[in-house]
Write a protein that binds this ligand. Structure first.
Ligand code: MCN
Length: 777
């Protein structure tokens, strides 16, 4: 790790403290949904459609109902009537479109292979699965819509017969005469089409839920694998019709979410609904096959970009035509839509932009947010930069340097209206180029080719917004100092692997002034934590970080007011270290935070006038603006010309997530994201055949990258503080945003030496080999 500027931080913030959650997680002592055992627990299994588009003509569950151990077999006829809306809060009221007619179980039509048709509930999971085989379904099968470009045609058959067409959403800002003039006059106009393929979050822990309705307490308890406990409670309230105060959602350890668990899925809602109706506890744990074919998919999209370029390589304007496949039932946040278009210029000066986007329903698994949900803007732009460079005969690094937004360009208003500020794309470009020895690699590349070695280098730059918008623009933190001086922190958020217990404790130790071991972090239980919009969009650093810092500072201020009164000193003269408050310069005049807390709770008469008893603060941070993190990825590859396999030689990231709370966690986040991006570029693919059958239903066919395919990810840092409290920006998604185009560009760069062009992912050995064969013939 290198940092360009001196690391920013303090005694705890900025320190690479080992993750405290790892003791239990790495020793197999984590507690996940499947670890929840309740007396009389029943087990659920979904009967799913094995055809992609059909009308159900007969559904007979009578034999299944009689099978050993079966308690109930529920169909749409049983569960759908009386069920409330299933959309996430963001989309309730149609505010953000994507209104697929979602109901608990298939209403009569099935719309993709894996569509839940019935739910078998039995005393044991195996008995439930055995009984599911007795469910008889006859279908009137219709030709499915698997190709989203065909599904988008006006005369295409309908995925949802309740809708007029297959467009879940569509928007356009057309080319105006000014931009047309730019295209007409430009020295170069380059047009290219890029496609990403279907791949998905495959968390180690699949989805899962345990739900129990207790009619005597009038209480619905739900244990869930989720990124978002409070949103889940809202959803369960809507679907069951119960008041939220009668619902408790509990999230333990979560074995990865990657966006899939941001919004509560259909199956989890169905199980909760069933448990409520039955009045008995029910567990459902998704198996890997279900996870691969029916949880959610992502990244199935195409961009056709047209870029006008000046004589010296300056970007003048662009038109972006984006279309994505959102499957039959997209989960909230599913469509990348306008964000892909609006962020297409990314970290480059690009004065003019026009765009068109469409999100299309198809007879495939629904789309969900996946680590950088609109990262197609980065893939399309960065691959386009390399195409333009080759077209105009300029090195891609030089073309980037000529166009990248620099410090003195900022604040820089992007063509779409967003303002880039406190970002360092030029610095990260230079740092990454230096660290990977771009010049040295280029000078040896041609020689290597002469020796029969096909080498390539790829770069990718991006800026990533962390939202200050809508429900995501606020975040709570509740801090309670106990009478013994130890500190409890209640988060509205919920970690799903990214180490919030550690970073939150660091922030509290730093800003309240206590020993880090005296801080305990609580998260994931709606009964004891404040309402929050959850974890996602790389918002923990900027939003939760700011909220925890704000709450810590407020608690410290109150403690100082009480301590000053008790010590007969002035609050302005006080300092705190490791939980001991003392007068600056007179350390013998001191009192512990525990003594202050004890006075605050147990001896209110000793408090100064006007001070409310107790030492706890619930504080809510409101983001003043959107902030941006940024990074440059650089990758070198060697292609095995016999097999078409890509071997990654080096992978360098130069990133700027503002002030790093914990560089160790930051680098873990980058590394995890890059590995997912490498998987996307080279290996992972949820393949469908023309009949809509998913062909990658196990890890034998869905190929994840393993340690042998992934080099060490070399991380380097620049810290440009955001203007928000603490100056933290997010980092969790970035690796998965930058990696696909960096790897792609490296492979394309290698192949370009032979005059071969590639535009579509994944670049599997077969694809690369076929591209090489085109040269041979
Ligand atoms: N952090 C830091 N300094 C900063 C910014 C962040 O130390 N300047 C720390 C944070 O305190 C947090 C971690 O880095 O511990 C990630 O923070 P952030 O980037 O703000 O992202 P979120 O916590 O909001 O996580 C969400 C993001 C997303 S959107 C997905 S998807 C994701 C991810 O990060 N899924 C993950 N990281 C994941 N990591 C794991 N292990 N598993 C997943 O499913």
């Amino acid at each position: 790790m290198t940092a360009l500027h001196a690391p920013i931080g303090g005694r705890f913030v900025g320190q690479a403290i080992p993750r405290r959650e790892d003791l239990r997680l790495l020793t197999g002592r984590g507690r996940y949904v499947d670890d929840v055992r309740l007396p009389g627990l029943l087990h659920a299994h979904f009967v799913r459609s094995d055809v992609a588009r059909a009308r159900i003509t007969r559904l007979d569950v009578s034999a299944a109902k009689l099978a050993t151990g079966v308690v109930a077999v529920l169909t749409g006829e049983d569960l759908n009537p009386g069920a409330g809306p299933m959309m996430p809060t963001l989309f309730v009221g149609g505010a953000m479109g994507l209104g697929a007619p979602l109901v608990p179980l298939a209403p009569g039509d099935v719309r993709f292979v894996g569509d839940p048709v019935a739910l078998v509930i039995a005393t044991d999971r195996y008995l439930a699965e055995d009984a599911a085989e007795l469910v008889e379904i006859d279908y009137d099968v219709e030709a499915p819509l698997v190709d989203y470009e065909l599904a988008a045609q006006p005369d295409a058959p309908l995925v949802h017969r309740e809708r007029d067409n297959n467009l879940a959403a569509a928007m356009e800002v057309p080319v105006d005469p000014g931009l047309q003039q730019i295209f007409d006059d430009a020295a170069h106009v380059v047009t290219e089409t890029f496609r990403q393929h279907r791949y998905s979050a495959v968390p180690m822990e699949t989805r899962g839920v345990v739900a129990h309705w207790d009619p005597y307490r009038q209480q619905l308890d739900v244990w869930l694998s989720s990124q978002n406990p409070h949103e889940a409670r809202l959803v369960f309230g809507r679907v069951t019709g119960l008041p939220e105060s009668r619902i408790r959602v509990m999230i333990g350890d979560v074995g990865g979410g990657f966006g899939l668990k941001n919004f509560t899925g259909r199956e989890e809602q169905v199980v909760v609904l069933a448990a409520h109706r039955l009045g008995r506890p029910v567990k459902w744990i998704e198996d890997r096959r279900e996870n691969l074919i029916a949880s959610a998919h992502a990244r199935v999209e195409r961009v056709t970009a047209k870029v006008a370029v000046g004589p010296d390589g300056e970007f003048l304007g662009a038109h972006v035509d984006h279309i994505d496949d959102v499957g039959a039932y997209p989960i909230g946040g599913g469509s990348a839509g306008a964000m892909v278009a609006l962020f297409f210029p990314g970290p480059y000066r690009m004065p003019r932009l026009a765009w068109k986007t469409a999100s299309v329903w198809t007879n495939t698994c629904g789309r969900a947010a996946y680590r950088g949900p609109w990262q197609m803007e980065t893939t399309a732009r960065e691959e386009m930069v390399d195409v333009v460079a080759r077209e105009i005969g300029m090195d891609p690094l030089e073309l980037r340097r000529r166009n990248v937004v620099r410090g003195d360009d900022q604040p820089y208003r992007m063509a779409g209206g967003m303002v880039l500020e406190n970002v360092s794309p030029a610095e990260t470009l230079d740092q990454a180029a230096a660290e990977i020895d771009y010049a040295g690699f280029r000078s040896s590349q041609a020689g290597a080719l002469a020796d029969g070695r096909l080498l390539g280098i790829g770069l990718a730059l991006y800026v990533e917004p962390q939202t200050g918008m809508g429900p995501f623009g606020n975040e709570p933190a509740h801090i309670r100092v106990q009478p013994d001086g130890r500190v409890d922190v209640m988060l509205g958020s919920g970690a799903h692997g990214q180490g919030l217990e550690t970073t939150t404790a660091q922030l509290v130790a730093e800003h309240l002034g206590v020993d880090i071991d005296d801080v305990t972090v609580h998260q994931g239980d709606t009964e004891s934590t404040p309402f929050g919009p959850g974890t996602g969009g790389s918002r923990s650093g900027p939003m939760l970080g700011a909220a925890v810092q704000q709450a810590s500072t407020e608690v410290r201020a109150k403690a100082f007011t009480i301590a000053a009164h008790l010590l007969e000193a002035s609050a302005e003269d006080l300092t705190i270290e490791r939980g001991v408050i003392s007068v600056a310069g007179s350390p013998q005049v001191s009192i512990t935070l525990g003594q202050v807390a004890a006075a605050a709770y147990l001896n209110p008469g000793s408090l100064p006038d006007g001070i409310e008893p107790g030492l706890e603060v619930m504080s809510r941070y409101k983001a003043p603006a959107t902030m941006y993190s940024n990074a440059c990825h650089a990758c070198t590859v060697e292609i095995d010309t016999r097999t078409g396999a890509t071997h990654i030689l080096r992978y360098v990231v130069s990133e700027d997530c503002g002030v790093m709370i914990n560089p160790n966690i930051v680098e873990g986040q980058i590394t995890g994201g890059v590995v997912q991006g490498i998987g996307g570029a080279l290996f992972e693919h949820n393949v469908y055949d023309a009949d809509g059958n998913p062909l990658a239903a196990t890890f034998l066919d869905y190929l994840l990258p393993t340690a042998s395919e992934v080099p060490e990810i070399e991380c380097h840092h620049i810290e440009t503080p955001a203007s928000t409290l603490g100056g933290y920006k997010g980092v969790g998604e970035g690796g998965a945003i930058g990696a696909p185009p960096a790897v792609f560009n490296a492979v394309a760069d290698a192949l370009a030496q032979l005059g071969v062009r590639v535009t579509d992912q994944p670049l599997t050995p077969a694809v690369v080999r076929a591209a090489l064969d085109r040269v041979a013939h």
